[in-house]
Design a protein. Structure first.
Lengths: 270, 266
């Protein structure tokens, strides 16, 4: 493997409330992570993943149950798993309570999916609370969203940057540059916004994508991640090695940037 | 690097892509990539020709580009079966040692029931040429507004496979859903003439490739890297993470498929 340590800051798990083969799925993620060299998966569960309420518009009850399931996995896999607390900004008071409850249960970041546009004022109290607690916000992003897409109120980089500029003390992880949409559009939007950190996850493995991001924002703002596909995560790790990234820069992308933006002392790495 | 190596990459192209810049999509670079990854040879198409009205000039360019690398790169020229004189392109392909030809129904606006498929299948089978179909070049969510072609359908694949009992078909860029929809809608004899690459099939933790290898069988699959559009490491990574679960998987090789195509009763 190209780096001594790897942290995946965009991982997901399942539970009995989301799919029947959750145990197989979770075991597969951990097994593949071990094979790749992932030291820690920082993960969330998005409610019932659509079973009881929509994945991206999860109800407060499903949010709470999914978070509880995530904390249980993190407790069981303390060496390999940390939690995000997932919240829905349409239920502000519930979201703020969930953040407090999540931190008490060990959550080290806030997960926002696509329940409300990122630049909507309803997201402000959550971003502010995350910043106050020193938690990064992982935000689902559709690269260059040009229209509405079904079953989600997706945001693109322009909308996330509006939020990030309003909250300069909060760090935002811009999700999955390989996860759909036009990754090239995002580069110029985030180039000069230092508290936005794109992650490399997604099933997309376009040649040129990693090179373009490294050229535009440098290795200290790019986070290696896998999301739903460890296979493409491994491919991107190998590609980072092939393009000749120096070891120091590779360490930044693979784990050191994550160590910098998550609360200290969570990964046993400095 | 992954531990899996393959004798043939059946899904490579060279040349420019019309909707975004692709780093150095050149034959010489492809040869270096094959060497780096331990892959013996590649079957190579012309990327620009996918959107050309008449692919003949682009095919000529392809033959010229690959000629200095004839030991590693075999041409897989583009055929447009609704264009006057298309059969001559097949003879040209054979003359240049092509194992296959590529057809792009979606970019040509040819439906699954278009009348061209039986003639194409017969003409390719007559010459021992494999027919290659490509499901997509980019994810639907990222396509340029002027790229209105949808993904290839199972109906297209079925129609080509069923058009002639001798024709061999390789499909590049399919996901689990399309592979299953197609495979299980064919007879066993038809299934045996249809091959897939797994360049767009998900590995862990969904483990779609593992599922397909268990249910459909490794002998239906052949390696395709989708270079220069995508990282060739992706299908290598997927199989390396999947092989741990299925240690005795045997993947088909392009040579085997080519031999099968050349053995057909002409």
């Amino acid at each position: 493997m190209p780096s001594r340590h790897i942290i995946d800051p965009h991982a997901h798990f399942h539970w009995s409330g989301s799919r029947h083969d959750h145990a197989r799925y979770n075991a597969s993620r951990l097994r593949a992570g071990d094979a790749i060299g992932v030291r820690v998966h920082v993960a969330s569960i998005l409610g019932t993943w659509g079973r009881n309420s929509p994945t991206y518009f999860a109800s407060p009850d499903d949010i709470g149950a999914g978070n509880d399931a995530m904390y249980a996995i993190a407790d069981e896999e303390r060496a390999r798993v940390r939690s995000f607390v997932h919240v829905n900004p349409n239920h502000t008071e519930h979201a703020l309570r969930e953040i407090a409850r999540g931190v008490a249960r060990g959550a080290i970041g806030v997960k926002l999916s696509a329940s409300r546009r990122a630049d909507d004022p309803l997201v402000d109290p959550i971003a502010a609370e995350a910043g106050r607690r020193g938690l990064p916000v992982l935000h689902h992003v559709w690269q260059h969203r040009q229209r509405e897409w079904g079953m989600q109120e997706a945001s693109d980089a322009i909308e996330l940057v509006r939020l990030a500029v309003r909250h300069p003390g909060t760090n935002f992880i811009l999700a999955h540059i390989g996860g759909g949409g036009d990754w090239a559009h995002t580069i110029n939007v985030i180039r000069d916004v230092p508290n936005v950190f794109p992650d490399t996850s997604g099933s997309g493995v376009d040649r040129g994508m990693l090179d373009a991001y490294l050229t535009a924002i440098g290795p200290q703002r790019l986070l290696w991640a896998a999301d739903l596909t460890l296979c493409t995560g491994l491919a991107k790790l190998q590609a980072l090695e092939v393009i000749g990234l120096p070891q120091d820069d590779l360490d930044d992308v693979c784990w050191r940037n994550a160590v910098r933006i998550f609360p200290s002392g969570n990964f046993g790495l400095t | 690097m992954t531990s899996s190596t393959f004798p043939v990459d059946v899904s490579a192209w060279i040349g420019a892509y019309p909707f975004r810049e692709i780093p150095h999509p050149d034959a010489a670079v492809l040869v270096r990539v094959l060497e780096r990854e331990g892959i013996g040879q590649a079957w190579v198409g012309s990327l620009p020709s996918v959107w050309h009205r008449d692919p003949a000039p682009s095919n000529a360019w392809l033959f010229a580009q690959l000629a200095p690398h004839a030991d590693r790169l075999l041409p897989s020229p583009t055929v447009r079966p609704d264009w006057p004189g298309w059969e001559a392109l097949l003879d040209d392909a054979v003359a240049h040692g092509a194992p296959s030809v590529r057809v792009y129904p979606m970019q040509l606006g040819l439906g699954a029931t278009a009348p061209v498929w039986p003639a194409l299948a017969r003409a390719c089978a007559d010459r021992g040429l494999i027919v290659q179909l490509t499901v997509r070049f980019e994810d639907l969510r990222q396509r340029h507004p002027m790229d209105g072609a949808g993904d290839l359908s199972a109906g297209h694949i079925r129609c080509v496979v069923r058009s002639d009992p001798r024709v061999q078909v390789i499909v590049s860029g399919a996901g689990r859903d399309l592979i299953e929809e197609t495979h299980w809608s064919l007879t066993p004899e038809e299934q045996a003439r249809c091959f897939w690459d797994w360049s767009w099939v998900w590995g862990p933790p969904e483990d779609h490739l593992e599922h397909l290898l268990r249910t459909i069988g490794g002998d239906r699959f052949v390696f395709g890297g989708f270079w220069p559009m995508r990282l060739i490491q992706a299908p290598l990574a997927t199989i390396s993470l999947t092989a741990a679960l299925l240690p005795r998987v045997t993947i088909s090789t392009g040579a085997e498929i080519r031999e099968a195509a050349s053995r057909v009763d002409r």
